[in-house]
Design a protein around this ligand. Structure first.
Ligand code: FAD
Length: 446
């Protein structure tokens, strides 16, 4: 008979919601702690920014989301739904293949309502402590805080048999390091705190980074800014003007910054900039977790975690959903949530603690041997789709359509083929039909 436990989920974003659904399907008693007042996590746009725009002050009030006003999804909606609940166009909504962020929020709210998840969520409850009752027990104590009378914090403790951490990975900024950074007199911010372009009118802006946020923000601000300079890490980037932009250049990384406002790049070029925006990603952050050193975060490696989810010595009573990146995020989150729920109910077995620990060590040694850096631990090396295939096999479910993987592999090429407006110009439905009729063969993605 399936086992049923009292389970807590931390966070009501995409990962927390789908995990809560899976846990309930498996018959567990679920409570979701959500520090905000609504579901959606990242997708809940907030025009507010933090008091410290670089996010270095540990005592700052945290704004969870990193969305900017203009954000449209960077993967087609066709790969952003759940396996049995696709992200379909709805009447009165944003029907584009790459909708704006509000459409994703609406999708998640509908999902939560349609599966009766709202009643499981304690809104306004921030988890500030998570600890095992004692060294041998598998019971957990969650400490939460809520705003009470006169906005004073009220603290409460709650006991659970299992806890799943779904607190998101895109809130705690990772900042670029370069000599002179702290004494540089201009405005510096992380993309976490970028919302709209107006404040950059007539400014000379340096953007650090080469990911989706750097590209989106560049596109957002170059029509208003005087100049935009994108600094990119890696040996191949040299000074060049960006195609189709009169006032935007690409450089190698920043060499140093000076007190007189000058920013010097490794390619030898120099600009007198007003603003530096660090589009340099995020760190994993679990400020509430007291694990006595069993789980550590070291250079973007959360570990040890068996298959990026279970710490071997605490499994299955503690788990993490949503850590991998550079993959199909929604699919991986859903598969992980299903896996955790079925492991807890006893329908899917885990290996022994020793075997799980060995598997983690094997991954680390493999990474070392192949020169794959530590901070890429959760990038699913060497083949991101092996991980999905492995999860699907554990769950014994029908594998997702292959075109979804091809789509992820192709998106960068397609964006460069169509240029800045790829979201509007790419006919995604036609592309899927063509891939289907070519028998799901991979297109050239080099
Ligand atoms: P989150 O959405 O961050 O949710 C975490 C939740 O936990 C939040 O509600 C938060 O309030 C809550 N929480 C945190 N700490 C606590 C605590 N201590 N106590 C209680 N509650 C807590 N993915 C795509 O598939 N397509 C895209 O186009 C795309 N674009 C993106 C653009 C940006 C700018 C960013 C930052 C991410 C994007 N992503 C995209 C990835 C996106 O993060 C995932 O799709 C997904 O939303 C992650 O969900 P999550 O539940 O793991 O985290």
């Amino acid at each position: 008979m399936a086992q049923s436990y009292k389970v807590a989920v931390i966070g009501a974003g995409m990962a927390g919601l789908v995990t809560a659904r899976e846990l309930r399907r498996e018959g567990h008693q679920v409570t979701v702690f959500e520090k905000g007042q609504r579901v959606g996590g990242t997708w809940l746009y907030n025009p507010q920014v933090e008091s410290d725009l670089l996010g270095l002050d540990p005592n700052r009030e945290i704004v969870h989301t990193s969305l900017y006003r203009s954000l449209r999804v960077n993967l087609p909606r066709h790969v952003m739904g759940f396996l049995d609940y696709p992200f379909v166009k709805k009447e009165g909504g944003d029907s584009r293949s790459f909708p704006g962020h509000a459409e994703v929020l609406r999708f998640l709210e509908d999902f939560a309502r349609d599966f009766g998840l709202m009643e499981l969520i304690r809104f306004g409850h921030e988890v500030v402590g998570l600890e095992r009752v004692d060294e041998v027990s598998h019971e957990w104590v969650i400490e939460s805080r809520t705003r009470g009378m006169e906005s004073r914090w009220e603290f409460k403790e709650h006991a659970f048999e299992a806890v799943i951490v779904c607190n998101g990975k895109n809130t705690e900024p990772n900042i670029a390091e370069f000599p002179g950074r702290d004494a540089w007199p201009g405005l510096q911010m992380h993309s976490h705190n970028y919302r709209t372009p107006e404040q950059f009118k007539n400014k000379i802006v340096v953007l650090i980074g080469n990911g989706p946020s750097a590209y989106d923000i560049l596109k957002d601000i170059y029509p208003l800014a005087r100049q935009v300079h994108q600094a990119i890490r890696g040996p191949d980037f040299q000074l060049k003007k960006l195609k189709n932009h009169d006032n935007a250049w690409q450089h190698s990384m920043i060499e140093c910054a000076h007190k007189d406002g000058k920013v010097v790049f490794q390619d030898g070029s120099i600009v007198d900039a007003d603003v530096i925006i660090h589009c340099t990603g995020y760190k994993y952050h679990f400020p509430f977790l007291k694990s006595n050193g069993i789980i550590t975060v070291d250079n973007k490696r959360v570990g040890p975690l068996y298959k990026h989810v279970f710490p071997p010595s605490l499994a299955p009573w503690l788990s993490f959903v949503g850590l991998p990146y550079l993959t199909l995020p929604v699919l991986v989150i859903e598969l992980q949530g299903k896996w955790v729920a079925k492991v807890l109910s006893g329908k899917v077995e885990l290996p022994t603690e020793e075997e799980m620990a060995y598997s983690v060590q094997e991954l680390y040694s493999q990474m070392e041997k192949t020169g794959w850096p530590k901070h890429h631990t959760h990038k699913l090396h060497p083949d991101k789709f092996d991980y999905e295939t492995w999860l699907v096999a554990q769950l014994d479910i029908t594998p997702p359509e292959r075109w979804k993987q091809i789509m992820l592999m192709s998106v960068i090429k397609i964006a460069s083929d169509y240029g800045d407006n790829y979201r509007d110009e790419w006919n995604v439905d036609k592309w899927i039909q063509e891939i289907d009729s070519s028998n799901n063969k991979s297109i050239d993605v080099e």
